[in-house]
Design a binder for this molecule. Structure first.
Ligand code: ZN
Ligand code: ZN
Length: 281
């Protein structure tokens, strides 16, 4: 495999629900969901939680303020979109950023409606979405669609089990695969076929591990899973490397270290995602 056919993955935000910066979360991170995936010279971003602000800062510093990218949303809960108005490259009208969302179906708002009338709209936010719309196109697609992005990049999508809907992704490039399965809740006594299909023999799987099995009963129906379920999926789907993800804000670094240790004792190739970490797949 040449270096050009490697998928690069960077975690810009690993936290779920709400940002929780501070001395207790310094190592695993306090920013909410954002992944940067690089395939050759193509850039794919998944989710625009608060972590995307740092990605935008890097692009501004190192590449000028122009961005050409596809931005896929797992869904539009606040922790996955709230960084978007702070993603600086979108304010350059010649940037070309294609935004995709597959979870909205026949819901009241489409993606542009959510950004333009709920997120970037006074009196909630003073900067109107018109200021980023020149750089963006908005694509609402039916979850389950397979994208051929060109340059050998294929992205498969699958429905996740989450309130208001969510889409999981499987990014394939150069014979490698990356599965992103967050936010999703497991079913009792049965693995989720959609998740298994996305994760099947993936080189890397990122899985919603907001809770532990002990905590889960209190949060049943909230749309999240556990690190123990992540390991079950990894085993059943023959996943090579598993990242536990969507860390609960109540899990400080010390708690995350315990989870890391317990998970590694069962699967040596599973561990919590760390904000700022970059890997080659
Ligand atoms: Zn979330
Ligand atoms: Zn959610």
């Amino acid at each position: 495999m040449t270096s050009e056919s490697t998928i690069r993955l960077k975690f810009w935000g690993t936290r779920g629900s709400i940002p929780c910066p501070g001395p207790e979360t310094v190592r695993y991170g306090g920013n909410t969901t954002c992944f940067e995936v690089t395939c050759g010279d193509r850039r794919i971003i998944v989710d625009a939680g608060t972590g995307i602000r740092l990605l935008g800062k890097k692009i501004m510093l190192e590449e000028g303020n122009f961005l050409n990218a596809d931005l896929f949303f797992t869904h539009t809960h606040m922790d996955h979109i709230q960084g978007l108005p702070f993603f600086a490259p979108l304010y350059n009208p010649v940037s070309d950023v294609r935004l995709h969302a597959g979870h909205l179906g026949d819901q009241k708002y489409d993606l542009l409606g959510i950004i333009g009338t709920m997120l970037m709209k006074d009196p909630v936010f003073p900067v109107p979405s018109a200021l980023i719309e020149k750089a963006c196109s908005f694509n609402d697609y039916p979850c389950g669609k397979i994208f051929d992005l060109g340059d050998g990049i294929v992205i498969k999508t699958g429905k996740l089990n989450h309130p208001n809907g969510a889409c999981g992704y499987r990014i394939e490039y150069g014979g490698k695969s990356l599965a992103i399965c967050t936010d999703t809740e497991h079913y009792e006594g049965k693995l989720d076929d959609e998740v298994l299909a996305l994760a099947y023999q993936a080189d890397v799987m990122i899985y919603d591990s907001a809770y532990t099995d002990e905590e889960y009963p209190k949060f049943k129906g909230w749309g999240h899973s556990t690190w123990q379920e992540a390991l079950k999926v990894a085993e059943a789907a023959k996943v090579k490397n598993t990242f536990l993800f969507h860390h609960d804000p109540s899990h400080n670094d010390q708690r995350m270290d315990q989870i890391a240790e317990q998970a590694a004792a069962i699967n040596a190739n599973a561990r919590p995602a760390v904000e700022g970490e970059e890997i080659s797949i």
